[in-house]
Design a binder for this molecule. Structure first.
Ligand SMILES: [Zn+2]
Length: 372
């Protein structure tokens, strides 16, 4: 099958005007200005399906209004979670997957509290990187089966021992780190709301009051090419250097960032240091959509100096790199999986701009070579 579009964005090569993508089975077999018959998709830009690098489908049906601080939000979401039944979670996960697909997302890194529900989900074309959430405040969890990622939750809920086990497995790890000022205060200074909340719960606080959470993860051997650090909002220059030097990727969640009314994220410093940055929605407990176009728009609004091409890379090639799947995902290149979307040009002259500022729905979508 050959598909023609006004523009094709290979992502790691210049845009191709009047480009054609050839698909054989589930794989892209050629891309360029290819001669011969094709199906014309018209005045659209063709790009790899979007990758949401941080999501929690579990919370699709849980709304948690922001009250005062991150610590209250955590408390509220734990209380809301306790009210949900397995059937609620199952429905929420399915609803979240549908929302993601509907908005042109083809791959999602999903942090999953209830991996036992996964076999009960109906078949979906969406490519989900399931990363069971691991917390050992109460008991020592088993690592999930091979084929899944690992998500030790955060330095305040996962112990050094748990992080070390995850790191030693050499599997893909994603973890929340340096997300809030309260977390920063807890580890660097040994005080604050989050510190007090966990001390009251009986957590061993001997890791607090010394170094920041990024350095702490580094001391556990977690940082590196297998690690995707979620949020990483509160960073010193040394933290940025550590993330860059170890090849750790970072996922920024622009709309969730705004929801928590945080100080501007260190996106520019991370990019300047050469850190691989991708984007995520986080969950509907801190966002009103699971739509990566909305995240791109929010990022562009907050960081007007970023080029549209940089922003599109964050939702495609950079995310694929974070997953160590650059050979399969996030690019339109020979040998990549045929996960493709088409976005209307809608009067824009620049194809990257048409994607970042897209307002119309995705005009065409293909996952694994099958049109959706
Ligand atoms: Zn999260």
């Amino acid at each position: 099958m050959r598909l023609h579009a006004k523009w094709v964005l290979p992502i790691d090569a210049p845009p191709i005007e009047n480009g054609v993508v050839e698909i054989t089975g589930d794989t892209i077999t050629a891309v360029g200005q290819l001669a011969g018959p094709n199906r014309d998709l018209g005045d659209v830009v063709f790009l790899p399906g979007l990758i949401n690098a941080h999501c929690h489908f579990d919370y699709t049906q849980i709304a948690v209004p922001y009250r005062e601080s991150f610590t209250e939000w955590i408390r509220d979401i734990v209380a809301e979670k306790a009210k949900q039944t397995p059937a609620d979670y199952l429905a929420g996960i399915q609803a979240g997957m549908k929302l993601a697909l509907h908005a042109g997302t083809t791959t999602v890194v999903n942090i999953e509290c209830f991996p036992g529900l996964i076999p009960q989900l109906p078949a979906s074309p969406l490519r989900v990187i399931w990363c069971p959430e691991l917390i050992d405040l109460v008991k020592r969890p088993e690592l999930p089966a091979d084929g899944m990622g690992l998500s030790p939750h955060a330095p305040y809920t996962a112990s050094a021992e748990l992080y070390r086990r995850c790191a030693q497995s050499r599997r893909f790890i994603t973890t929340h780190v340096a997300e809030s000022i309260e977390e920063d205060e807890m580890f660097r200074q040994g005080r604050g709301k989050l510190y007090d909340a966990f001390r009251q719960r009986g957590r061993d606080m001997s890791d607090c009051g010394r170094i920041g959470p990024v350095e702490l993860l580094h001391s556990y051997g977690v940082l590196g090419g297998n690690c995707l650090a979620a949020h990483a909002n509160c960073l010193t220059a040394e933290d940025v250097r550590l993330l860059a030097e170890t090849g750790t990727s970072v996922v920024h969640c622009p709309k969730t960032h705004r929801y928590f009314q945080r100080a501007p994220a260190p996106v520019a410093a991370l990019l300047a240091a050469g850190v691989n940055v991708c984007l995520g929605t986080d969950s509907l407990a801190s966002n009103d959509t699971l739509n990566m176009f909305a995240e791109m728009r929010e990022l562009a609004r907050g960081f007007p100096d970023l080029l549209p091409a940089q922003i599109v890379a964050m939702t495609t090639a950079n995310a694929a790199k974070a997953l160590n799947q650059s050979d399969r995902l996030g690019r339109i290149a020979e040998g990549s999986v045929a996960d493709l979307i088409a976005v209307p040009m809608d009067g824009h002259a620049d194809p990257y701009e048409a994607v970042v500022l897209a307002e119309k729905p995705v005009a065409f979508m293909m996952l694994n070579g099958c049109q959706i």
